[in-house]
Every structure is written in C-alpha cells, then in structure tokens.
Design a protein around this ligand. Structure first.
Ligand SMILES: [Zn+2]
Length: 267
C-alpha cells in the first residue's frame, strides 16, 4: 500500500430494526411495509502514515435520551478495530446530526473537519423548526461551537484535500452543509456517502430519504457520488445494512461489527 492509498473500514455501532420501506423514501407508499432496518456507522481511513475517523456516532447517554439503543459505543467498536480515539488527530464530521456528531468528546486530540455551511445551518434559523432540528442535539452543536473557540475545527468550503488520497466534498441537500469523503484505495476511489445517500436504493433509484433540507441538492448529490467514485460499487451509503453483508470483516472477531470497504464487495 502506498502512502496515498488506504484501508477503509465501516464500523457498525447500532441497528434500528423496527423500520419499514415506506419510511425510507420520500412519498413512500404506506402499503410498502416490508422491514427495512437502519444501521448506524462510523468509518475509519488508515494506512502506515495516518488514521482519519469519519463521524463519531452517538454514545450511551444519547441512546438513553432518544431511547435508541446502541450495540457498542463507537469508541469501543473503533478500539476493537485497533483505533484509539484518545490519539486520533483528524475526524471528519460529515454533518452535525446526533448520530454523526454525538461523541466528539471522545476524541480529545482531534481536529474536526466540517463544512462552514453545516455550522451555519446548525446554528441558524432553520433550527427553529422541528422538521429541521429534530435530528440535531443542541449539546452536540454547542460542543462543536466550543471546539471552534478552542481552535479545533478546520472549516472547509467545498472540495478540499485533507491528505494525499483523501478529500472532502460539500454536497448539501440532506442538511445545509453535509459533505462526503473520497478515499483512494487499491481498488480505486471509494466514496463514503454518509447521509448523502442513506441506502444504496436511494441513489440507485433516485428516490430520496425523507429527511432533507433541499430536495434539488439531494438529487444532485447522487450525481456527485457517481462522479467522485470509481464506479457505483465504490459508493458506500450511510445507513444500509447491505454494507455489512457485501464487504468482508477485517478479522473474525469483527464479524458483524466492521467491514473492509477497500476490498471488493460480494457480487
Ligand atoms: Zn443525517
């Protein structure tokens, strides 16, 4: 592996099993009521030179507050994969929703990479409306504001390279400033879509997940994912259980917890 190629891990820390297909698509048909669980992930990008974590997930306290249990705290799952959150220096926050930015305190040494527009969105007038604010937790947003004052936030505006072979890309749509992450691997350019596409089916069929700030940008985001990735098989949706089914575990003890996204998926 060269210095600009990486191992990429999806790490699953929670599953919401009681969800149905109609809940996962804009204008879903209530008769479309087959189960369609929602999984929760953080991601890790690493090689011999550096480790970058993408999103922090949410912790036990947030799980109790929202009554949405987790199977592991993300820091524990990352530790199982050999990543010590206490020493991680770079964390990309794709957006500030509770399930993506709910454990920033577990990364005491990290610099957080965030799009400017996401901070504006999460602290501005859109948060006066339940439909926009309900997936944010005020304490998480305030923690990120505190990080700004501690000079621990690296703001981005658009597309920027974080390290050779790793870049972030502003998309918007789902939230005001959601970004995706592009990573060079041995099999080509992998794109961590996060909630730019919750499921494979969202971008594959052009049917949006029903939580969005801007529908037009949501659809444009699907095109951006395709443009950035080496193929559709290189796009990793943010919440799809199929990710764990398609990609191999890095080691037997991580079966069902982590998957290697830099390796080819099952056909
Ligand atoms: Zn989200």
């Amino acid at each position: 592996m060269t210095d600009d190629e990486y191992e990429v891990l999806a790490i699953r820390y929670a599953t919401w099993p009681k969800r149905f297909r109609w809940q996962n698509f804009h204008r879903g048909d209530p008769h479309d009521d087959a189960p369609m669980p929602l999984d929760f992930y953080v991601w890790a990008i690493r090689n011999g030179k550096r480790t970058i974590v993408v999103d922090t997930g949410y912790d036990k306290a947030e799980a109790a507050t929202r009554n949405q249990p987790i199977s592991h705290e993300p820091r524990a799952a990352l530790a199982m994969a050999g990543i010590d959150c206490a020493t991680v220096e770079d964390v990309v926050i794709t957006h500030l929703h509770f399930d993506h930015a709910g454990s920033t305190g577990h990364f005491p040494k990290a610099r957080f990479h965030l799009q400017e527009r996401e901070m504006v969105f999460a602290t501005g007038p859109c948060m006066c409306h339940d439909g926009m604010s309900s997936a944010y937790t005020a304490d998480h947003v305030c923690a990120m504001v505190k990080n700004v004052f501690e000079r621990r936030v690296q703001f981005h505006d658009g597309a920027e390279e974080l390290a050779p072979g790793v870049s972030v890309h502003l998309v918007g749509g789902h939230t005001g400033g959601i970004q995706c992450v592009r990573v060079k691997t041995k099999r080509g350019w992998v794109v961590l879509a996060s909630d730019v596409s919750h499921y494979y089916e969202n971008f594959e069929t052009g049917r949006a997940f029903p939580l969005y700030h801007d529908m037009d940008l949501t659809y444009r985001g699907y095109a951006t994912l395709r443009k950035l990735a080496s193929s559709t098989r290189h796009i990793i949706p943010g919440h799809d259980p199929l990710v764990m089914a398609r990609y191999p575990a890095p080691a037997p003890h991580l079966d069902g917890i982590a998957a290697r996204l830099d390796l080819d998926p099952a056909p």
